[in-house]
Design a protein. Structure first.
Length: 410
């Protein structure tokens, strides 16, 4: 029985889907987290505690563990474990992305440098320290622009500024966000770095794919029908297959492939974000991991294979190039947080679930939880899933289901 190491931060939504996929495949799982499990003593071959902030140390721990319990593949389930996974794979001599490529994918400034040098179309950008004089930085960038931390994900800390005065306010707000002790520890030295990019008008898409021996293969293109023009950039609806023309889709895939090649990614899942306008696709981000949250439920492949199962098969060396996404249209809404406060009650879930073409409604925020919208927040209230004959029907079902939900926030 093959054994897979899953790197599972305690904050991830992805654990259940990956573990269920592995069990379905009769693959043995070693679950590694940054917090010790109370069951670790009873299951020493299946549970590990690793310091995800110290990839080198984690790699040494896993190498020692693997001497007794051999590991056949390592999978990072989200952004926080990408570099750790590459370091572990290098120590175990497993086929995986190089550590350098994983670091590039995790650092937005480094990614910009690499892609720009390779001729991949990216926004013009400026790199600065939050300890610099904000007025001097504001004077050398162009407007409108987007300010973002170099290490966070899920649009956390990403804000638009249209002039120097707004820029100063945005930088102060970003400084408060990354000064939170948990965020600062997670970012380390990178927590004091920031990136400014020119704002690219147009619409956004997300691309899901797999890289095998350095070659990118697209699994799905998601349309994002809601505009993402700021001042913050909270994502909501993803719908696939894309309704864009074939030529535009081809250019999106080619641009994503060029980006993964330039970054040195060689094996594993890729989740990319691009903006598209009359000048073609612009790469906003390429992450060396799969789509986040519960959004992977919107993807289903031949014979009902899930994205997680596909990733595990691929990590174990199986040839999955012939696997195709189902023909039915599908989509997900990441339910946005309308305002900060304490969640007291959720109404209308049963009514939303009963709607035509709605597959499920999952509320992930819990009652009495303090919730924060972007740019401070990094989570959603939950997820709505739809499957239908056409992308238009999927989008309509997601919007109508969302309209039936009511969140009481105190």
């Amino acid at each position: 029985m093959p054994r897979v190491l899953l790197l599972l931060p305690t904050t991830t939504y992805r654990a259940k889907a990956f573990v269920e996929a592995a069990l379905k495949m009769d693959v043995e799982v070693v679950a590694a987290s940054e917090q010790p499990s109370t069951l670790a003593d009873k299951n020493p071959e299946g549970l590990l505690t690793l310091d995800f902030d110290e990839p080198g140390r984690a790699a040494r721990q896993v190498k020692e563990f693997a001497a007794q319990f051999p590991i056949d593949a390592v999978i990072p389930v989200d952004e926080d474990t990408v570099v750790v996974a590459a370091s572990v794979a290098q120590a175990l001599k497993l086929r995986h992305n190089p550590v350098e490529a994983a670091i590039t994918a995790k650092n937005k400034h480094r990614m910009r440098e690499v892609l720009s040098r390779a001729g991949v179309q990216v926004p013009r950008y400026w790199h600065f320290s939050l300890d610099e004089d904000t007025g001097e930085v504001a004077a050398r960038v162009t407007y409108p622009c987007v300010v973002k931390p170099v290490f966070l994900s899920t649009s956390r800390g990403v804000m638009r500024a249209d002039n120097e005065e707004e820029f100063a306010g945005v930088v102060r707000r970003l400084d408060r966000i990354v000064s939170d002790p948990k965020v600062a520890r997670r970012g380390g030295a990178l927590a004091r770095e920031a990136l400014v990019e020119e704002f690219i008008p147009g619409f956004e898409v997300a691309v899901e794919g797999l890289v095998t021996d350095g070659e990118f293969r697209m699994l799905a293109i998601f349309d994002k029908p809601d505009p993402l023009d700021g001042p913050f950039f909270e994502e909501t609806i993803y719908v696939t297959p894309s309704r864009l023309g074939r030529d535009v889709q081809r250019r999106i895939v080619e641009t994503t492939a060029a980006a993964t090649l330039a970054m040195g990614l060689t094996k594993g899942p890729v989740h990319a974000e691009l903006r598209v306008n009359e000048r073609g696709p612009w790469v906003i981000e390429v992450a060396a991991r799969a789509i986040g949250g519960l959004c992977s439920r919107a993807l289903r492949f031949d014979s009902g294979v899930s994205l997680e199962e596909l990733i595990i098969r691929h990590a174990l060396g199986e040839d999955v190039r012939s696997v195709e996404r189902e023909h039915q249209a599908a989509g997900v809404m990441m339910i946005p947080i309308p305002r900060a406060g304490i969640l007291r009650e959720v109404l209308g879930v049963d009514a939303a679930k009963a709607m035509l073409d709605v597959e499920d409604v999952v509320i992930t925020a819990h009652i009495t939880q303090e919730i924060l919208p972007p740019p401070e927040g990094a989570s959603y209230l939950g997820f709505i899933f739809s499957r239908a004959d056409t992308p238009d029907q999927v989008e309509a079902a997601l919007r109508e289901a969302h309209a039936r939900l009511e969140f009481l926030i105190e």
